[in-house]
Design a binder for this molecule. Structure first.
Ligand SMILES: Nc1ncnc2c1ncn2[C@@H]1O[C@H](COP(=O)(O)OP(=O)(O)OP(=O)(O)O)[C@@H](O)[C@H]1O
Ligand SMILES: Nc1ccn([C@@H]2O[C@H](COP(=O)(O)O)[C@@H](O)[C@H]2O)c(=O)n1
Ligand SMILES: [Mg+2]
Length: 205
């Protein structure tokens, strides 16, 4: 169901085609909807590699990269980092993984992310897993996450919700219009959400 296999994805430098077949599932949903939690379950059961765009950006910042200050400022303000930076990180992680099945979590976050990824990599997602959850529930989860994230404070959370509504939901609507969205009720308990996720992945693996 919905898995797209590409005969000629582009290399990391964007120019040399390879014959490697790659399956990509975009995992989208609001901040705190449970994307990372469910991706960890999918990895265990279905052998995908999980790539969280947010995690890659945080690691890049920590590495002392020349983009570190910019990434720090964008995350603190809940803004979207320019696609070029995030796509390079995703491409590198895909190459280093040695896998050919990827859950790309928290990307694409806006139209620029979406169009740039498609044109640079030539990859279209097999489908989009969309975690649908109320803002009230997401806010509650983020305020109780306790992972020391600098953006899990009420001021930044509100900014992240605004960016989600204005920039990320239109991307989900775009894929919905192409029949690619698999929507999950993410307000349920973790185990129940995963039952719904399993039902989507089981027929194709
Ligand atoms: N179904 C659920 N019910 C209750 N709590 C949940 C559920 N799913 C995840 N959580 C908890 O909510 C918090 C946020 O989950 P998670 O980090 O997976 O969200 P996320 O979508 O990746 O968020 P972000 O976009 O900020 O990275 C975590 O503390 C997690 O344990
Ligand atoms: N495509 C993306 C994804 C994330 N960011 C920035 O990272 C922050 C945290 O992302 P999470 O998915 O871990 O919640 C996000 O608020 C953005 O500032 C990005 O720029 N582009
Ligand atoms: Mg996450």
């Amino acid at each position: 169901m919905g898995t797209v296999v590409h005969a000629a994805n582009k290399e990391a430098n964007g120019s040399v085609p390879t014959n490697k077949n790659v399956t990509v599932v975009f995992v989208l949903g609001g901040p705190g909807s449970g994307k990372g939690t469910q991706c960890a379950n999918i990895v265990q059961h279905f052998g995908y590699t999980h790539l969280s765009a947010g995690d890659l950006l945080r690691a890049e910042k920590q590495s002392g990269s020349e983009n570190g200050t910019m990434i720090h400022n964008m995350i603190k303000e809940g803004k979207i980092v320019p696609s070029e930076v995030t796509i390079k990180l995703l491409q590198r992680a895909m190459q280093e993984s040695g896998n050919d099945k990827f859950l790309i979590d928290g990307f694409p976050r806006n139209e620029e992310n979406r169009a740039a990824f498609e044109s640079v990599t030539g990859i279209e997602p097999g489908f989009v897993l969309f975690f649908d959850c109320s803002e009230e529930e997401m806010e509650n989860r983020l305020l109780n996450r306790n992972q020391g994230r600098e953006d899990d404070n009420i001021e930044t959370i509100r900014k992240r919700f605004k960016v989600y509504m204005e920039s990320s939901l239109p991307v989900i609507e775009y894929y919905n219009s192409k029949g690619k969205v698999r929507k999950i009720d993410a307000a349920k308990p973790i185990e129940e959400v995963f039952e719904a996720v399993k039902a989507i992945f089981t027929p194709i693996n």
